[in-house]
Design a protein around this ligand. Structure first.
Ligand SMILES: [Zn+2]
Length: 230
């Protein structure tokens, strides 16, 4: 019997400790070993990697992270896809019938490039998922109020979204609303409104979360999803 296990993190489990200890994580009594996790490089691309058995453990010990990717998808049991964030948005996707999952890192660049749309496309085309049955969990990230950028970035972001037929969804000049953009992209990809779960937490406002814009630190919360064989 397999089931989907997912976790949207906060400071409780942090990426630097995970790397230092190399012991894996324990969440709600479930232990996940380093060899069961997969980490990608997160270079602000729109690349979604399709995992094979050989990717288990990527990012731990001598096993390099999946290069040049900001997302991944798999249907392999006990392979947990880990995304690290501190203001950028983690998006976890799964479809129970097809038993396939995906995880993406959608920050300013990933959101501009519609990486969640790419992940859904892979779930549909490669794993035979029905978008109407895909569930999405969008974790904590920086809100519009706390995400102000330069005029230049604002204009470029909006122009790029507009060229792809999306709205920037902003109410404040020079602010970016990544959560609304991602929501819109998930709907465009065919997900149902009721299957998109938004964690309405701003990482910048909430002290339990790492926020790059607030702390300028290099630690991150971890978020993961996997197909658990029990
Ligand atoms: Zn905020």
């Amino acid at each position: 019997m397999s089931k989907i296990f997912h976790y949207l993190g906060n400071k409780e489990l942090d990426y630097r400790s995970l790397m230092r200890q190399q012991k894996g994580v324990s969440i709600d009594g479930k232990s996940i070993l380093p060899v069961q996790m997969v980490i990608c490089e997160q270079t602000h691309s729109s690349v979604v990697h399709i995992c094979g058995d050989e990717d288990s453990g990527a990012g731990f010990g001598a096993h390099a992270q999946i290069p040049l990717a900001d997302g991944f998808a798999t249907n392999i049991a006990d392979q947990y896809l880990l995304i690290r964030t501190a203001d950028c948005y983690p998006v976890l996707l799964y479809e129970k019938d097809a038993k396939a999952i995906a995880a993406v890192h959608s920050g300013r660049e990933g959101s501009r490039k519609n990486i969640v749309g790419r992940a859904v496309q892979i779930l549909v085309e490669h794993f035979g998922c029905d978008p109407a049955n895909i569930i999405a969990h969008v974790g904590a990230g920086v809100c519009e109020e706390h995400y102000q950028v330069s005029e230049e970035l604002y204009e470029a972001f909006n122009a790029s979204l507009s060229a792809d037929g999306f709205s920037a969804c902003t109410t404040q000049h020079r602010h970016l609303n990544l959560r609304a953009v991602i929501f819109q992209q998930l709907l465009r990809a065919g997900l149902k409104y009721i299957n998109i779960e938004n964690v309405q937490i701003c990482s910048y406002e909430h002290p339990d979360y790492y926020s790059y814009r607030r702390d300028l630190g290099n630690n991150r919360q971890i978020n993961l999803i996997g197909i658990s064989n029990e």
